[in-house]
Ligand binder design. Structure first.
Ligand code: ADP
Length: 596
């Protein structure tokens, strides 16, 4: 392990292991099969990249996406590791070159698509090379129970046999116990070591708010993230086009991304984002697979996702570098309706599961439990901290309504007075005492519940109705999402049950300690200077900026302010090759900055 640690320092400039990396690396280097489940940003790639550097032979990494392979190979080469890839995007001559290098035994890490690995004769060819181990990235693709099953992954079971019991490590960010078992079985792993990390992403700061004015709310977040990279997720393609157009008109550097665009247009937008020619991608959930960009500083959900699985995956694209990142969701009852209607044509069983997941997500949005805790609970893990310091609930941005039970009773009895025949907007109007003509015409201005909540703004009352739906006291039924009182709602009317209603806090939110800590001691002006230098170098070398240096390395530079190459090498994220390549320019910029 000492040797592996030295490689970590030498090639990547990291002084220590992240949680479970040591165990994962020990397993693969000592010849034991393993299944490693770590959340996005948990440092899975290093688990299979570092050990081979102190072993004989070549490691093979099987990866499902060409873009991901390319990114990882570029990053490795930039660190001075002899890595190459073989996939269908290479020309015949390029492929021959890689095969030649393979025969010379001068490659340490070879990335392959599963199709290529399984193609005719390739296994024989590989058999002639000294293999140190095989790593299967995104291993959940093996399983039909996972969310991204790929049939060609299923055939990877022949590897153990074909290579005489070679060690196999499987890596994924998402695997339930069922999927884990399936991975072990399908890949024919022998007594695999199973390592499951915590799913908590402490550096993500979650905020979840009712949506009132989408463009205004989105712009408020964007204003806090000037010049930073971020993704804005929308539910539908037309929302993407509309919102992206509005943002562009306001001068934001944004590009759209959805399945209705041409491949070329999507690829161009994605390239512009990765290479930081634009800051923002406005996208449907089609965007994100295979994006390894480590310095996404914010993810906004302009619409509500359909499950916590989706939310975790999409928001998880922020902050892979471990630095603070902001995940803001704007939800609304109408999103709930949109998803429900999209689920209408599903087969009954699948529909039940999907609606169940949607309801859980809705409870999460309208709930008042620490967001980190709620997500962990959903995935069957328990939270270790009382106050995460990184969500709207724990930062005190939400306040509970004092007389929540009475307020809830007023809302519920209004629904009953309306014979459980009207939707959210209408019920809210009656409660705030609106004199809209339809209410007067229906005679609902004479109801005893008319105007019972007239001291509040209608948007607040509408949000309370949604919170009560989320807590299961009200249900929305039929095509028009008519409100009805559930059994537990009736119990509340009789004074039983605990109801919690949130109102937006008037006091300013505390600044998250998570954000403050990662900026501690950082000269922010110098950070900006270094960021520009990074962009310039990345442009010249045709590399994504975050491959040159991650944000964490730049902040450490702006904290330590190294004045020579020896000091530069001490920066976390600076290995020897990067020090030789980029050291002079960065140290020069730091010295120039301190001279003023
Ligand atoms: P995953 O594949 O699990 O999403 P990555 O391998 O992309 O995670 O790693 C996430 C980030 O953490 C990367 O920026 C990576 O360079 C960094 N990282 C990995 N291992 C370490 C370490 N031991 N110390 C510091 N940073 C690390």
């Amino acid at each position: 392990m000492e040797k592996i640690k030295q490689s970590l320092e030498r090639y990547w400039g990291y002084g220590d292991f992240l949680p479970l990396q040591r165990e994962a690396m020990h397993s693969i280097s000592s010849g034991r099969d393993s299944i490693v489940v770590l959340p996005t940003g948990g440092g899975k790639s290093l688990c299979y990249q570092a050990p081979v550097l102190s072993m004989d032979g070549m490691a093979v990494v099987v990866s499902p996406l060409i873009s991901l392979m390319k990114d990882q190979v570029d990053a490795l080469v930039d660190c001075g590791v002899a890595a190459m890839r073989l996939d269908s995007s290479l020309s015949g001559a390029e492929q021959d070159m890689v095969l030649g290098r393979m025969q010379e035994q001068s490659i340490k890490i070879l990335y392959l698509s599963p199709e290529r690995l399984l193609s005719d004769g390739f296994i024989d060819l590989l058999g002639k090379t000294k293999l140190s181990y095989i790593a299967i990235d995104e291993a959940h693709c093996v399983s039909m129970w996972g969310h991204d099953f790929r049939p060609e992954y299923r055939q990877l079971g022949i590897l153990k046999q074909a290579f005489g019991g070679v060690t196999v490590g499987a890596y994924t960010a998402t695997a339930t116990e069922q999927v884990r078992k399936d991975i072990a079985q399908q890949l024919k792993l022998i007594d695999p070591l199973i390592l499951v990390g915590s799913f908590d992403r402490p550096n993500l700061i979650y905020k979840i708010e009712p949506r009132k004015n989408m463009i205004k709310q989105v712009c408020e977040v964007l204003e806090r993230h000037k010049n930073q990279s971020g993704v804005v997720y929308c539910i539908r393609r037309k929302d993407v086009d509309e919102l992206c157009g509005q943002l562009q008109a306001k001068g934001y550097r944004a590009r759209p991304y959805h399945a209705g665009m041409s491949d070329q247009a999507r690829r161009d937008g994605q390239d512009d984002f990765i290479n930081e020619r634009v800051d923002i991608i406005v996208a449907t959930i089609a965007f994100g697979m295979g994006i390894d960009k480590s310095n996404v500083r914010f993810v906004i959900h302009a619409g509500m996702p359909k499950s916590l699985e989706n939310y975790q995956q999409e928001s998880g694209r922020a902050g892979r570098d471990g630095l603070e990142a902001h995940c803001t969701m704007f939800y609304s009852g109408s999103d709930y309706g949109v998803w429900k209607s999209l689920m209408r044509d599903m087969p009954e069983n699948a529909q039940q599961v999907a609606v169940g997941k949607l309801n859980s997500l809705y409870r999460f949005c309208t709930g008042s439990v620490c967001r980190h805790r709620a997500i962990l609970q959903y995935f069957g893990q328990s939270a270790t901290r009382d106050n995460c310091q990184a969500c709207d609930v724990c930062l005190g941005e939400l306040e509970c309504v004092d007389d929540a039970l009475i307020t809830a009773q007023k809302i519920l009895s209004c629904i009953i007075r309306l014979d459980q025949r009207f939707g959210t907007a209408y019920t809210g109007s009656v409660l705030v005492g609106s004199n809209e003509s339809r209410i007067v015409e229906n005679g609902h201005n004479k109801l005893s519940t008319y105007g019972l909540l007239k001291q509040y703004e209608k948007s607040v009352v509408l949000d309370w109705i949604e919170q009560l739906v989320g807590q299961g006291y009200i249900e929305k039924t039929g095509e028009y999402n008519v409100l009805g009182v559930t059994q537990s709602g009736w119990a509340v009317l009789k004074g039983k049950g605990t109801v919690r209603l949130l109102k937006p806090a008037m006091k300013a939110a505390k600044k998250s300690k998570v954000a403050a800590a990662s900026w501690e001691g950082v000269d922010e002006e110098l950070f900006e200077v270094l960021r520009k230098l990074r962009a310039k170098i990345a442009g010249e070398k045709h590399l994504p900026a975050y491959i040159v240096f991650g944000d964490a390395a730049l902040r450490d530079m702006a904290r330590r302010r190294p004045s020579n190459l020896e000091e530069f090498l001490l920066v976390s994220g600076v290995g020897r090759q990067k020090c030789d390549k980029y050291g002079e320019e960065f140290v020069g910029a730091i010295l120039a900055h301190s001279r003023g």
